[in-house]
Design a protein around this ligand. Structure first.
Ligand code: FAE
Length: 545
């Protein structure tokens, strides 16, 4: 298999053979036990009891946590996963588990009374609206200089993300994770991650003809006319399901614009893949609406873990203390970094490395829209699952996802999320006076990302005679430079931990999530987070258990 779906796929036309050659072994391996991974039941949940002892406790149920739980359970270790978000396994009053992107409701945001949509305005109108405070699925966590968007619930970011499953170009891997053997990653762990996640490509012939990818074909035309490589990237969405959505034979999800607040159908989130497999071992239990607040070593060995049980308004309905032989931090880059920074500063885990909290980056995320000519419609039907990007990483330090703008009306807009090479790294620190962890990211640090994105879009605009949209992020504001979807770092591999995620100073404590990656992955990060977790957990099981 070409483990790098970006490599050599910048041709002008979509080659069916190239697609199939690039994905056949992914598809062949996309079953973890002979059946399509997404056809399984979701993970079972069972709240932990106060005073319980567990061999392995995993904090968080995103990519890193799900890999750890599955592999530990397969190795015969009983695992309990603690998740602050909801289980997302039952329908609301409208008969659906998840809210639609165009109609956010109480389910959409984590403990906010007003939505905080990534695109805040449209054609002069503000989009945000009041919602009841609820333990909703998308957290827009405000760190002053930047909003960090994260998934909350069993499945973590896999619940809310666009499913773009991108393996970085191998030649870029050295700058992503310099201490990791690239050969091993591309031969073993990236293929294993892609298989476990159920990654596959859209059928190129269908893509060329369907209305719902008109916006992506316009994106291709504009990229190629300006001489940029246009690359197809795989996704975890079930393409057969999407084709049936287009044919009108099944309930719509991606074609109803669902993304950000959950997909009611079609997307293989971790609930349908790794977590379902973990649950099937009979050794993994999950406690939703439980938030870990403390981890401290016990004299008798192992660790004491404190947590709060939450109700759906975010109120604490009880505190629990349990013990664990081993604890895996998988609360995501922001979650793990803030927890470890606080535990070190407040004396619970004082021997943690001074590297804790450092090396945090936003994966160079910056958004923008372009206004197309009237003869270049992008389509009122847009699949919410992106399939392609413009790769100018080598020349301009930018990889731009051709993103949907699924409004249900013709907007004549092209929309992009760029991942850029941004040198700035921020640090999480304990603010004793305020009793919270701060992040010293500055908004001005997005300028290198804007400059990198402009290497693509200034050229396209000049060639096409088009302009930037100024109405999406406020009034007369071109760049969505206030946020990231891709927080990375804060407990960097081989610095804050050893080269396999073991925290210095505390045997039996591990980091397995995106906080290990030092700030940038050159592409969308979840495949790299998954592959790195596969690599590290395999070593931990072999050497430590
Ligand atoms: P993550 O998936 O965030 O899981 C951490 C989990 O820990 C969450 O469920 C938290 O609720 C939970 N947690 C946190 N603190 C605690 C605590 N104290 N106690 C208990 N539980 C806790 O971590 N990436 C791509 O590769 N492709 C995409 O197309 C893509 N699109 C995205 C779109 C959006 C809107 C967003 C927000 C992200 C997107 N991402 C995408 C990023 C991707 O989802 C993210 O990198 C991964 O989810 C990070 O995985 P982790 O395992 O690090």
């Amino acid at each position: 298999m070409d483990a790098n779906p970006l490599q050599g796929n910048g041709s002008n036309t979509v080659s069916r053979r190239a697609f199939i050659a690039g994905t056949s072994s992914i598809l062949a391996a996309a079953t973890l036990a002979g059946r399509p991974a997404y056809a399984r039941p979701v993970a079972a949940t069972a709240p932990i009891t106060a005073g319980a002892h567990v061999p392995a406790l995993v904090i968080g149920t995103g990519y890193g946590g799900s890999v750890a739980a599955l592999r530990l359970a397969r190795a015969g270790v009983d695992v309990h996963m603690i998740e602050m978000g909801m289980a997302w396994d039952s329908a609301g009053p409208d008969g659906k588990v998840f809210a639609n992107t165009t109609a956010p409701d109480y389910r959409s945001f984590w403990l906010r009374t007003r939505t905080k949509q990534p695109i805040s305005n449209f054609l002069g109108f503000p989009l945000d609206k009041d919602v009841p405070r609820y333990t909703g699925i998308l957290d827009a966590e405000d760190f002053g200089g930047i909003l960090i968007y994260q998934g909350r619930g069993v499945g973590g970011g896999s619940l809310v993300n666009g499913g773009m499953a991108v393996t970085p170009r191998r030649e870029n891997f050295g700058e992503i994770l310099p201490s990791v053997d690239a050969g091993e990653m591309y031969e073993v762990y990236y293929p294993r991650a892609n298989a476990g996640l159920g990654v596959s490509h859209v059928d190129p012939e269908w893509w060329e003809a369907t209305d719902c990818y008109q916006y992506a074909r316009v994106g291709r035309k504009h990229a190629q006319r300006s001489g940029f490589p246009f690359v197809f990237v795989p996704n975890v969405y079930d393409w057969d399901y999407m084709e049936r959505e287009a044919a009108g034979t099944v309930p719509e999800s991606a074609l109803a614009g669902e993304v950000l607040y959950g997909n009611n159908h079609g997307k293989k989130s971790l609930q349908q893949t790794y977590l379902a497999e973990a649950s099937a071992t009979g050794r993994v239990a999950i406690s939703p609406l439980h938030r870990v607040t403390s981890v401290a070593p016990r004299d008798a060995g192992g660790y004491t873990v404190g947590m709060e049980q939450l109700d759906t308004t975010g109120g604490t309905i009880g505190s629990k203390t349990v013990t664990a032989d081993r604890v895996f931090f998988a609360a995501g880059s922001a979650g793990t970094s803030t927890l470890l920074t606080r535990l070190k500063a407040t004396g619970m885990l004082p021997r943690l490395s001074s590297e804790i909290g450092k090396g945090w980056g936003d994966n160079g995320n910056v958004m923008c829209g372009r206004a197309n000519h009237l003869w270049d419609p992008t389509g009122k039907l847009q699949s919410a699952m992106p399939t392609a990007g413009i790769d100018n990483w080598a020349d301009g330090g930018a990889f731009a996802e051709v993103a949907p703008l699924p409004t249900g009306i013709e907007t004549y807009a092209s929309f992009y999320l760029s991942i850029t090479r941004n040198p700035h790294r921020a640090e999480f620190t304990w603010n004793a006076g305020a009793g919270r962890v701060d992040l010293d990211w500055r908004t001005a640090w997005k300028q290198p990302s804007i400059d990198a994105a402009k290497t693509i879009f200034d050229r396209i605009n000049a060639k096409e005679g088009t302009i930037y949209r100024t109405d999406l992020f406020g009034s007369y504001k071109i760049w969505g430079d206030h946020l990231t979807y891709h927080p990375l770092g804060g407990a960097v591999l081989n610095k804050a931990t050893d080269n396999h995620g073991r925290l210095h100073g505390y045997p039996g404590l591990y980091v397995v999530d995106g906080s290990l990656i030092p700030g940038n992955a050159s592409v969308n990060p979840f495949v790299t987070i998954t592959a790195l977790a596969e690599r590290n957990v395999e070593r931990i099981i072999a050497a430590d258990l």
